[in-house]
Structures are given as C-alpha cells and as structure tokens.
Design a protein around this ligand. Structure first.
Ligand code: FNR
Length: 364
C-alpha cells in the first residue's frame, strides 16, 4: 500500500508482518513466553475511559511539553530498540532524522546497529538525544560509554534495570536471525542459535544493584533515569537514591511475562507520589503498547512526563524508511490533537486525572 494509505499505527504492523524478513520480524515483534504482558500493554489502555469536559475553547491545540529540560513538539519520544539494521539497511539513523523533523527526542540504544558516533553525528541543530545503557560487567567499558555520551552532548542517561538476563522470546528463537545487524560490542562471542536477543546480551551485568547508583552519579552529570521500574515501592526508592526519573516499563513485554503494564503502574504510582509531596521530585515516564493518540493522552492525564514508543517506529522504518517513521509521528500528533479537542483540553498542562475513568484499569 501507499504510505498515505496507512491510517494508523496498526496498519504499519500488519504490513511489516507481511513484508519484513522473517528473522527481523521475529526479533522486533516477539515478547517473553506466552506474550501475555505484550498484549496487556496495549489492552490496559482499553480499560481507561474518558470523562470529557465541555465548552472549553479548543480552537488552538498545543501539544508541546518539556522532558528533562528539553522543549519538544509532542509528549512522545523514540525509545531505545536494538538492531535497527535488521529492519532497514540504514538502521537507527533514520529514526534520528525523523525525530529531528518532528522535534521529538530519540533515545540511543547501547545495542544500536549504527555506531554511537554515527547517530550523534546525524543530529542537527539543537536536536536532543538520550542514551540507553546496558551496564557491562566491565565497569571501565561502561564508564567510557557514559562519559563519551555526555561529552558528545547526550542529555539523559537511561539505565535499563529490567534485564539482568534477557527474556525468553520463543518467536525470535524459532525465526533465528541470520541477518547481521549489530556492529556494537565487537569481539564479543555470540551464539546465533538462540535468536537475536541472546546473541547480543551476554555482556550485561546481572549483579547490578541499588548500591551501584552512587557510582553512576559520580561519573556523570547527565540526569539519570531508571528504565524498567515496575512498582511504586521502587519509584520511592529511586527518589531516595536521588535519580531524576524512572520509566515505568516492562521492556515491551520482552522480559518478565505477567509483568503489569506501564500505564497501570503509573496509575498506582502518581497518587502515592502526590500524597508524599514527591511528584515534583522525580520525572515519571511510561512505555509499552502505546499505539494511539488517546493512549498518550491517558498517560499524560495520569501524570507522565512523556511516553516512549518502540515497535511502531521499527515497523514503519522497516517498511517505508524515514518517511514511514515521520508518518507515524504525524498520525500520533493528529490523533492527539483531535482527541484533545474532544475531551476539552487545549494544552498538555491542562490534562489531569479527573478526565479519566480508571475504575476498570485494575480489574484484570
Ligand atoms: C526493545 N527495548 C529495549 N529496551 C532497552 O532498554 N534496551 C534495548 O536494547 C531494547 N531493545 C529493544 C528491541 C526491540 C526490538 C523492542 C521491540 C524493544 C524495549 C523498548 O525500549 C521499550 O521498552 C518497548 O519497546 C516499549 O514497548 P512498545 O512501544 O514496543 O510496545
């Protein structure tokens, strides 16, 4: 189909399933075990309903907001996803360019197919990027990666904390990747018989703990955000540890099956933070299963600072290149604008929990 005939994010997934190389599709689309969490990530949004307010001037809608001090045109960002060249020969640099054209932030993955330098060099003007970090058993390597990222202008360090071991993604294992996607972690011996995920992850340190956080704070001035937090107790602990943010995320359902959705954890977390007067102390992001403008609006109503999106950008990149990714961003902006109007909110700051009915959210 023509790009202009893709009317929503689901369309891109359907086309990707039909046209992508099997191994790449397997790696991108797969999730852990029975993929219950993968499905729950999106269906949790279906359990939240709107309580629109009427007779508000919605002639002009403004979607812009601020994330970690950066002004962006819409409250979503391109989250880190590894191995971009499995889907498209040019890889993540296409995401960099698309993010630029829509003025949203890209999180650079440790395991990008393009080199870190290539992705930073592709940045234009005052474009902002963050770094996603998998912590290496060799802390000297980790320190070099972090300090290099800071030196090269990255504005946030997102440490992935939900992957002491990579989850078992059986679709990925069955459709074993043979495509060569990664040029990072060169010299690491890989075993392709277990699928892409296993092949690239053996360097990740499973001994990472809260005790390591001060060390990260000592080696960088970048804001530190823990990516993959799954319970309010750990959000409170993150505040205590003095980090600047958390991403409520289950890694797109690719790690622990039966992990709860990020949006449910957000609804659990924000009231507790407010109750303790801590909601201004830490920035809370959320990702997983976001496919509609209404999903983003719901997360912002509940108090998120921003919403990460993964697979839809990969599917669009794999099938239509940079233009596809830009179309996905435009569709999300269009859907947000229209639905902001319909719930009676002209700007992001006006979104609040009272616009939602979340009674069904916690009923599984
Ligand atoms: C990921 N994700 C991820 N996260 C991370 O911290 N480091 C990584 O290398 C990757 N790699 C990766 C690859 C692929 C193919 C996917 C789909 C996901 C997780 C990602 O950042 C994010 O948490 C989820 O993708 C969000 O869910 P959706 O938007 O894909 O549903």
């Amino acid at each position: 189909p023509l790009l202009s005939e893709c009317f929503n994010l689901h369309d891109f997934e359907a086309i990707a399933r039909r046209t992508m190389k099997k191994g790449a599709w397997g790696y991108y689309s797969s999730a852990a075990d029975d993929e219950i969490t993968l499905r729950e990530n999106h269906s949790a949004y279906h359990r939240i309903w709107f309580r629109p307010q009427i007779l508000v001037d919605v002639a002009n809608i403004n979607l812009s907001t601020t994330m970690l001090g950066t002004k962006v045109d819409a409250p979503f960002y391109v989250t880190a996803t590894a191995l971009g060249k499995l889907g498209h020969p040019e890889g993540e640099v296409l995401l960099t360019r698309a993010a630029r054209s829509h003025n949203v932030i890209q999180m650079i993955p440790t395991l990008a197919s393009c080199s870190f330098d290539e992705l930073v060099d592709a940045r234009q003007g005052d474009q902002v990027q963050w770094l996603q970090l998998y912590v290496n058993k060799d802390r000297d390597i980790t320190k070099r990666i972090v300090q290099n990222a800071e030196r090269r202008g990255c504005k946030g360090l997102f440490i992935t904390v939900d992957a002491p071991q990579l989850g078992r993604r059986e679709k990925d294992m069955r459709l074993k990747f043979t495509d060569s996607g990664s040029n990072v972690q060169k010299g690491t011996k890989t075993d392709n018989t277990q699928g892409a995920a296993r092949a690239i992850s053996s360097f990740i340190d499973p001994s990472l703990s809260w005790a390591d956080i001060p060390w990260f704070q000592s080696i960088t001035k970048m804001p530190i955000i823990l990516k993959g937090v799954q319970r309010v107790e750990d959000v409170l602990r993150a505040v205590e540890a003095g980090v600047q943010g958390v991403v409520l995320s289950n890694h797109g359902g690719r790690q622990l099956d039966f992990a709860r959705s990020g949006i449910e954890i957000l609804a659990e977390t924000m009231p507790v933070l407010r109750q303790h007067g801590l909601d201004k102390k830490i920035d809370v992001f959320v990702d997983g299963g976001v496919r509609r403008g209404t999903d983003i609006i719901k997360a912002m109503c509940l108090g998120a600072k921003g919403v990460g999106i993964g697979r839809p950008f990969l599917y669009a990149m794999s099938t239509y290149g940079q233009a596809g990714v830009e179309r996905v961003m435009q569709l999300l902006k269009d859907e947000m604008e229209m639905n902001m109007r319909l719930i009676g909110c002209a700007k992001i700051e006006d979104l609040h929990p009272g616009l939602l009915d979340t009674r069904g959210l916690f009923v599984h």
